[in-house]
Write a protein that binds this ligand. Structure first.
Ligand SMILES: [Mn+2]
Length: 441
């Protein structure tokens, strides 16, 4: 059996060693797989491995637990997983089994998941600190407490139970924030697939098209490239574009409507996250064009801040300033620039932040602020830049021609040694480029 993860086995081993080094010799780290979730009665949602477990093993199966025991002489990286079972495998597909976990996934040792109860208390005994992600999986939290209590019950016989419990994310989130060369290869692939998907949606756009038809175009391209949606694809025509997490995708684009598409592929666990807003008929109206140009200018202003040493928040601040300036000059807002920014007047049309970390999770892990201050950008950080403007359809404070226009432009960047690389390069972005692309379909 062969692991299909996109990262060489040594890459996972290196991550595990780094994590164990940070945790220290007297620690133990416990990482359960994501639980399977029932969709209805006896059918499940498509299974998605827990991002942390995936990051450290590339192991795709449910009912698994990774236990890292730094410095343990008989093996540091242990995986508990389902045993081979020809009868079950006939229904659900092949399992690695403990043998495969060692051979294909490079574990030091592996055991049947059913032995966890018996073995884990012994592994906890003598360790000072437990790293674990508390509160994510209540059922597993209780099991872990049970195993700890089993060790505690042996104290009079000389057992030493752990007495420090630490949030695993303190160590792991920081590692995941900085993408390696192997990870960036997968993220470029996810981005490229997503670019092609957005192009397919633009090609299929026309007055009268249903939102779900465009969703089908996007997801056809994802699946054809061995990828899947990294999150529920958003396809919002007309005023539906103003609903930030619109998911119904049942509306129909009329002639003259814009269509906002926020969709990204997940490839080997890594997400892309792209938004484009294009006219169903291929041509922006004057007002749509004015707002699209403004959002594009805000995105360019934020992108100019994407380089090492600059505070992460500088991008958002630059976008807010550009948007506010533009809204004032178009007459959608009234007042002075500084005051409209300071008192948040712009939030009437721009309610969200300008981006987020991107990786195994679409809203990836990692602190945005450290000791109350925006952290500085460093090479290897990947994030989105996604300013937008949304004029509510019932906003009577502005002329009717502006109402119901929602626009967002979102791209993905990685910080490099001397600036940034745009992962989503090549997809028509400005109003001009989008009109040209749609005219040439
Ligand atoms: Mn996003």
């Amino acid at each position: 059996m062969r692991a299909v993860t996109g990262i060489p086995a040594q890459g996972y081993a290196r991550r595990r060693r780094q994590l164990m080094r940070m945790a220290g010799e007297d620690a133990i780290l416990v990482l359960p797989s994501a639980p399977e979730r029932i969709r209805s009665r006896d059918t499940h949602y498509p299974y998605r491995q827990d991002s942390d477990l995936w990051y450290l093993t590339g192991f795709p199966e449910p009912e698994a637990v990774l236990v890292l025991v730094p410095g343990r002489r008989h093996g540091e990286a242990l995986l508990f997983c389902r045993e081979r079972d020809p009868e079950r495998e006939g229904w659900d597909g092949p399992r690695a089994g403990p043998e495969g976990a060692v051979e294909a996934y490079g574990m030091d040792d592996a055991y049947p998941i059913d032995d966890l109860d018996e073995i884990l208390p012994g592994l906890l005994e003598g360790r000072t600190r437990v790293y674990y992600h508390f509160g994510l999986d209540t059922e597993f939290d209780l099991k872990l407490i049970g195993w700890l209590n089993r060790v505690r019950a042996q104290v009079r016989l000389g057992a030493q139970p752990p007495h420090e419990f630490l949030e695993l994310g303190h160590l792991l989130d920081e590692m995941r924030l900085f993408k390696s060369r192997d990870e960036l290869k997968l993220m470029r692939r996810a981005a490229r697939i997503s670019v092609q998907a957005h192009e397919a949606a633009m090609r299929a756009a026309r007055p009268g098209v249903h939102e779900y038809e465009l969703q089908a175009e996007l997801e056809r391209v994802f699946r054809a490239a061995d990828a899947e949606p990294a999150y529920a694809s958003i396809v919002g025509a007309g005023a539906n574009a103003c609903v930030l997490h619109y998911r119904a995708n049942r509306g129909q684009a009329r002639d003259g409507d814009l269509v906002l598409v926020d969709a990204g592929a997940e490839y080997r666990g890594y997400a892309a996250d792209i938004t484009r807003t294009f006219p169903a008929n291929g041509r922006y109206t004057r007002e749509q064009r004015a707002l699209h140009d403004l959002v594009a200018a805000a995105q360019a202003a934020a992108l100019a801040q994407a380089r090492p040493g600059v505070p992460y928040e500088a991008g958002h601040n630059a976008a807010v300033e550009a948007l506010t300036e533009g809204l004032l000059s178009l007459g959608l807002l009234k007042g002075k620039l500084e005051k409209t920014i300071a008192d948040g007047g712009y939030k009437r049309y721009y309610r969200h932040k300008t981006g987020h970390w991107l990786g195994l999770d679409v809203h990836d892990v990692g602190d945005y602020r450290i000791d109350g201050e925006s952290r500085l950008l460093e090479p290897g950080m990947v994030f989105t830049i996604e300013p937008g403007l949304y004029v509510p359809v019932d906003d009577t404070s502005v002329p009717a021609k502006w109402r119901g226009i929602g626009i967002r432009i979102e791209d993905n960047v990685v910080i490099t040694q001397d600036g940034h690389e745009l992962l989503t390069e090549g997809l028509a972005r400005s109003a001009e480029e989008i009109e040209a692309f749609m005219a040439a379909r």
